[in-house]
Design a protein around this ligand. Structure first.
Ligand SMILES: Cc1cc2nc3c(=O)[nH]c(=O)nc-3n(C[C@H](O)[C@H](O)[C@H](O)COP(=O)(O)O)c2cc1C
Length: 367
């Protein structure tokens, strides 16, 4: 491998250190569910999906939202990390992926629980709730409020469930450390369980976990407080909701309060996303449509931020960082279209990046 040199004048290609871990640049392959696992276990599809990004040149590659308990899977085909079989399949795939990866690349795992958005069809099979003949399971949520009018009513989470789910996040974090990941991310966005707690739309509990913002944040913060203890000092962050794009939903000021509390508990970064907790929010989807959310949190707190959403142009992506609107950039669909996005960005911005020897001629290096 040809070594990476931190000589770019562009911030996007500058190293960033989180705790003891140095990332070779600020470009992140966003977590992307592949809906291709069997019984929670990864397979050759995940191997090809992740290995192409292992030599993409991105500083960090995120593994898809991986369920901390089996009823927390979004679909029958989501990956899990809820038992030792799951751990062993992840370890097997990641060891193979790492053989093909650049030295500099780091891998992170996103840990999630889908709550009331579990037990659904894969996107290409309809994305709706599983019908009776599709082997559905009972979902859980902070309140017995379905995601959409005709969706099954979830079971309201009781005290035992709270303890079980918290333990599932702790055990999943322990397994993630054992699997050799470089970073851990807890999923509290896109309408999944921890997001459901924070939102007044999905959380109408009467106990200490519902009502005020402090109460609604309580469970996600309790989970975070516990997982950080077993994260072996790895960089650890959360994907959060900057806005639900709904009149009575989470707003950026709520996200700011949440981010500050996370920081106090030892959270290294927040990736600021939006929406997902209601069926048809009015999202003004356009280029960089979530950057202002990251910017607000970055400029009003001291937690690192990552932005995501409709970022495709390397010069404009770099500008987001130069303008101090975010510390890192994540991209999903741009990497699906072009897994070589970083190579093209390095050409455009004039950066030296680590590349596989076999492809060095692509970079006009003298091999
Ligand atoms: C195929 C696919 C799967 C996704 N799976 C996840 C996931 O597992 N966890 C998550 O937080 N976001 C997931 N997302 C959302 C992306 O990470 C990203 O936030 C979103 O696509 C916006 O970024 P983009 O415009 O660069 O695609 C997924 C997106 C796509 C396209």
């Amino acid at each position: 491998m040809i070594g990476y040199e931190d000589m770019s004048k562009n911030k996007i290609f500058k190293k960033i250190k989180i705790k003891d871990t140095e990332f070779s640049n600020r470009i992140v392959v966003s977590p992307m569910c592949q809906y291709s696992a069997e019984n929670g276990l990864m397979n050759d599809w995940h191997f090809q999906h992740l290995s192409q990004f292992g030599f993409s040149g991105a500083g960090l590659v995120m593994i898809e939202s991986t369920a901390v308990e089996n009823i927390g899977r979004i679909t029958h085909n989501c990956t899990g990390i809820y038992d030792d079989d799951c751990l062993s399949s992840i370890k097997t795939i990641m060891e193979k992926v790492k053989v093909l990866s650049l030295n500099e690349v780091k891998f992170g795992i996103q840990l999630g629980h889908a709550g009331r958005k579990a037990s659904t069809q894969r996107p290409w099979e309809g994305r709706s709730y599983l019908r009776h003949n599709q082997n559905p399971w009972k979902t859980i949520a902070p309140s017995a409020i379905p995601f959409d009018k005709d969706w099954p009513i979830p079971q309201e989470i009781n005290d035992d469930d709270l303890q079980r789910v918290k333990k599932a996040f702790i055990d999943a974090t322990r397994r993630s450390v054992k699997a050799g990941f470089d970073l851990i991310e807890i999923h509290a966005a896109h309408g999944y369980l921890l997001h459901q707690f924070i939102s007044p739309i999905s959380n109408q509990r009467k106990d200490k976990y519902g009502g005020s913002l402090d109460n609604r944040m309580r469970f996600p913060l309790e989970v975070f407080e516990e997982v950080v203890k077993v994260s072996n000092n790895l960089p650890i962050g959360m994907r959060i909701t900057g806005t639900e794009w709904e009149e009575n939903g989470i707003e950026i000021e709520d996200a700011l309060v949440f981010s500050k509390q996370l920081k106090n508990l030892g959270c290294d970064y927040v990736c600021v996303s939006s929406g997902g907790n209601t069926p048809s929010p009015k999202i003004p989807v356009k280029e960089h449509y979530q950057v202002h959310l990251s910017k607000h949190i970055k400029q009003n707190s001291d937690i690192l931020t990552r932005t995501v959403g409709m970022i495709t142009d390397p010069i404009k992506a770099n500008k987001i960082l130069e303008n101090d609107e975010s510390d890192m950039i994540a991209m999903a669909r741009a990497f699906l279209s072009n897994p070589r996005w970083v190579w093209d960005a390095a050409d455009i911005l004039g950066a030296e990046i680590e590349t596989p020897n076999q492809y060095a001629r692509r970079f006009k290096k003298s091999i």
